[in-house]
Design a protein around this ligand. Structure first.
Ligand SMILES: [Zn+2]
Length: 181
């Protein structure tokens, strides 16, 4: 509906009474920099914010519970350390620098940004990071310590392929939406 500078494509007005989001630059900066990125999700999940503020990095603490999420965590989820509203290109560039070529970056005191080739992938990555952050908070609240999955178990995890990792997982999330409506 808008170009990479936030200008409405059609004669200055957005359909449906929408306005351009304040944080559009964090989306467009990633589209500009990364040709692999076709979808960007930005959200404010409380568990992600809390886990980061508690000093808990997103780590591969589970295995078969969430295989794509475990792999994503094992490859590293960086943190952009400023709690700012990302409303201009300068701040978006800082965030993108912190993110490098990773799929997800945690934004301290703010939320997360997830980038992927499809909307489904970007959403599912964000859900995985939220889920891992929630588990990390639960484990530490119960007095436990976070331990990464052993290398031998990581090596044993199968890649179930895009049809399962994205297709089945996406249908599950859509079904959950139905339960809440
Ligand atoms: Zn935000």
């Amino acid at each position: 509906m808008v170009d990479l500078d936030g200008n409405p494509a059609a004669d200055g007005e957005l359909e449906g009474g929408y306005t351009v989001p304040n944080e559009l630059p964090l989306h467009t900066e990633l589209f500009r920099r990364r040709p692999d990125v076709r979808a960007v999700v930005h959200a404010h999940p409380p568990r992600v914010v809390a886990a980061d503020l508690a000093g808990l990095a997103v780590r591969p603490i589970v295995g078969a519970y969430d295989i794509p999420g475990t792999r994503l965590a094992a490859n590293g989820v960086p943190v952009y350390p400023r709690g700012v509203l990302i409303r201009n290109r300068q701040l978006a560039a800082e965030m993108a620098d912190a993110m490098e070529t990773k799929p997800v970056v945690v934004l301290r005191g703010h939320g997360l940004t997830s980038a992927a080739e499809t909307v489904e992938q970007a959403v599912l990555q964000a859900i995985s990071v939220d889920s891992l952050a929630g588990l990390a908070l639960q484990v530490t609240s119960a007095g436990g310590h976070l331990v990464d999955l052993p290398d031998a178990d990581m090596a044993e995890l199968p890649d179930l392929g895009g049809a399962f990792n994205t297709g089945t997982a996406w249908r599950h999330e859509i079904a959950r939406l139905g339960e809440h409506s």
